[in-house]
Structures are given as C-alpha cells and as structure tokens.
Write a protein that binds this ligand. Structure first.
Ligand code: ATP
Ligand code: MG
Ligand code: MG
Length: 379
C-alpha cells in the first residue's frame, strides 16, 4: 500500500489510478482543472497550477511516491518534489525527454538509430541543412511540441525563411530532421524497475490522422524479426537511459526494414492503451509496478487487438450506436469491443474522450468492424 501522487490529472493519470487502486494504493493528483479525469477516480485532487510551489509541497507531503503523466514538468517543481518526497523516475529522464536534441543524443548514445538531424540556429544554418538533407524535411521545435504542433514539413528550399521565422517564435532551439519515407509507424512501451528488471510490450503499428493517433494494431503487421528488433531497441533505450517506470518509444520502419526512433515519452502512452484488455498486464499496472519496485508483470499478448481513439467528434455517432445489438459483441465478425471513456464533459473536436479496444482473432476483422460502424468516417 501507500499513496502515489500524480502530477497531471488527465486520462493517463486516471487509468493509472484505476489500475493502482486495484493494487491497494491510494492516489492524489495535482491538476488545475476542476473535476479532472484523474481527480474523479483519485482519493484526492489538489486543484492548482503545475508551477504552484505550495501545491507541489502539499502533493509531496501527501505522497509516498510521485510520478507524472506528461513530460513538461517544471524543473523547480521537480526539485521540490524530489527533496520533499520520492520521485523514482528522477529528474534526468525528464530533462532528457523534454528536449528533442538531448533526447536524440541520448538515444544515439544507447546505440539506437534516429533519423539524421541537425540543430539549426539561424535561417542560414537551416538553408544549409535543408540543402544537405534534401526536401522534404521536417523542422521541429526542440521543446513543447505535441500532436504535430511546433513542426513544419519543408517541401521546397523557398520555404526556409517562413518556416524559420514561424517556428523560432517559440523561443526554443530548432532541429531539422531528414524526412523518413516510412512504410509503417510503430511504438514499443518498455518498463524498467529500480532493481533493473526490464520488460517490453509487443510492438504496436500506429496509424495517425491529422498527426493524432487514430489506431494501434497489435500484433503489428510486420515480420516477426522486425517486431523483435523494435522491442530490443526499446529495451536498449530503457537500459541506456536508466529509465524507471515506462518509456514509450515511437519508431519509423522503412520498406527495406530499417528502424529509426522518432521520439520518446517517459510515461504511459496512447499507443499502449491496447494492453488494458489484450495483455496479461496493462501498461498502467506495469508503471505502478516499476515505480514501486515490484516485480514486473508479464507483457504477454492474450489476443490480437485494434485500439481506436474516440475524439470529441466521435462521441455523437458512438452514442447513436452503443445500445445497438451486436455493437459490443459482433459474433459474425468475432469482435469484442471494450469501450473506455475518460469522464470528460465537453466533447470538443479533436479532444481525446476515450478509446475502444477491439479484441479479435484477426485484426482485419476489427478493421472491418471500424469501417462498418462509420463512427470514424469524419476523421
Ligand atoms: P506526439 O503527439 O506523438 O508527441 P509530436 O508533436 O511530438 O507528436 P512527432 O511524433 O515528432 O510529433 O511527429 C508527428 C508525426 O509526424 C509522426 O508521427 C510522423 O507521422 C510525422 N513525422 C515526424 N517526424 C518525421 C520525419 N522525420 N519523417 C517523416 N515523418 C515524420
Ligand atoms: Mg511528441
Ligand atoms: Mg510522436
């Protein structure tokens, strides 16, 4: 037992608390929004901003162990939490994964390939790098980006000035990446505990729509040696970076079988939601196990699965279908739908409201189910 403090009250914290409460832990979350998804299921929510020092002190005082559900945690707050409570994940992992350049260097140092990249400090340097990598290439802010925000795909050398001017307004370093003409995007979530045990979940094949994750397909439709290689790379990163807790590793797979890491997230990841019903241990239980230094659970896949996200615009069509016979159990297709909702009141467009795990013996049947329901037609 004991109390786990969670910085951030979103859906990742909510599902973490739901898993951890089943294991006998109490949860306190800190989040500025009233009735946050995690606050609804935690024992207590401290409603305050993430940079509120007094609130951080209160979280530290109430918690035996502290974790976070996003990576952009303020360094000052981290140091308070580390001094006044126990943050097993430490500050270094956050420091590394908060910044694309530091992250890429750490991945390379672990002996894992990333797409060729260059730091650019001026429009002239950007022009030089674009000439070197060729077009298209991708300019990204080093910090703060998510859902493809803070990125510019440079398709011609004429865009250099505008891309540089626009992204440099973010007042952070910029990094140019070679464009990887990937065949598939994959992710692997690995866990490592303080005792040094490491376990990776099966690789997921991820499909994005408008830079937001739409589907994760597991097993990924790739050769088994590539699956194993992806899981090996994630394990190497977990060990090389001395990760405690979860590390989500996003990868590109090219036609000729080459894997490159795109980016990391030191927390539960949307592409790992499939583990909730499809694996022996969910990513959330595994994170609790890792930060509490318990033996890690089996990551065995119990069933093929497709996870599909429910964004704000999908809630109305979902509500129109959810009480239909055959929606949750489609015996013709052999698909069982497990619906997860995050308790968010306003179904705003693009907002992550929930997800559905489709358990099946053949992922193609789940993909057919998705098409037939037409919930995701207006992507
Ligand atoms: P997230 O919400 O996953 O944190 P993000 O804003 O941090 O997103 P990335 O994951 O770096 O952004 O990129 C978003 C998407 O853009 C990737 O999933 C991929 O589809 C595409 N992309 C990014 N970098 C490259 C690249 N170098 N080559 C090809 N495609 C890329
Ligand atoms: Mg990212
Ligand atoms: Mg990403």
């Amino acid at each position: 037992g004991g109390t786990i403090g969670v910085l951030g009250g979103g859906q990742l914290g909510r599902m973490l608390a739901l898993a951890g409460r089943n294991m006998g832990y109490r949860f306190v979350t800190l989040d500025p929004t009233e009735d946050a998804p995690c606050g609804q299921v935690a024992d207590e929510q401290i409603q305050a901003n993430f940079d509120d020092v007094e609130a951080a002190r209160k979280l530290a005082a109430l918690s035996d162990v502290i974790t976070y559900e996003f990576e952009n945690v303020d360094a000052h707050v981290t140091s308070i939490l580390m001094n006044e409570s126990y943050v097993p994940q430490g500050s270094e992992l956050l420091y590394t994964t908060q910044h694309r350049l530091r992250e890429k260097k750490a991945i390379e140092a672990a002996g894992v390939p990333v797409a060729p990249y260059a730091e650019v400090k001026s429009a002239a340097e950007l022009k030089e790098a674009v000439e070197k990598f060729g077009t298209p290439c991708v300019l990204k802010t080093a910090t703060g980006g998510y859902d493809g925000k803070g990125q510019w795909v440079i398709r011609s050398i004429d865009e250099v000035e505008e891309a540089y001017d626009t992204l440099s307004r973010a007042k952070t370093e910029l990094v140019l990446e070679q464009f990887i003409h990937f065949d598939k995007e994959l992710s692997v979530i690995a866990a490592r505990s303080p005792r040094g045990e490491v376990k990776a979940f099966p690789a997921a094949e991820n499909i994005h729509v408008h830079n937001i994750l739409h589907q994760s397909i597991v097993p990924a439709r790739i050769p088994s040696d590539v699956q194993q290689e992806a899981e090996k790379l994630a394990t190497r990163i977990a060990e090389g970076l001395g990760v405690i807790g979860l590390i989500a590793v996003e990868l590109f797979l090219t036609k000729d079988g080459q894997l490159y890491v795109n980016e990391l997230a030191p927390r539960p990841h949307n592409s790992g939601h499939y583990t909730m019903e499809a694996c022996r241990t969910s990513q959330f239980e595994q994170h609790v196990r890792a930060i509490c230094n318990l033996p890690l659970g089996s990551t065995e896949l119990l069933s093929p699965v497709v996870m599909v996200n429910l964004l704000g615009e999908h809630i109305e069509p979902l509500n129109g279908l959810i009480d239909q016979p055959g929606f949750l159990e489609d015996t013709n297709l052999g698909v069982s739908a497990k619906v997860h909702l995050y308790g968010k009141k306003e179904a705003k467009e693009k907002r992550k409201m929930g997800h559905i795990n489709l358990l099946t013996s053949d992922v193609q049947n789940a993909l057919t189910w998705i098409e037939r329901t037409r919930i995701w037609e207006s992507k």
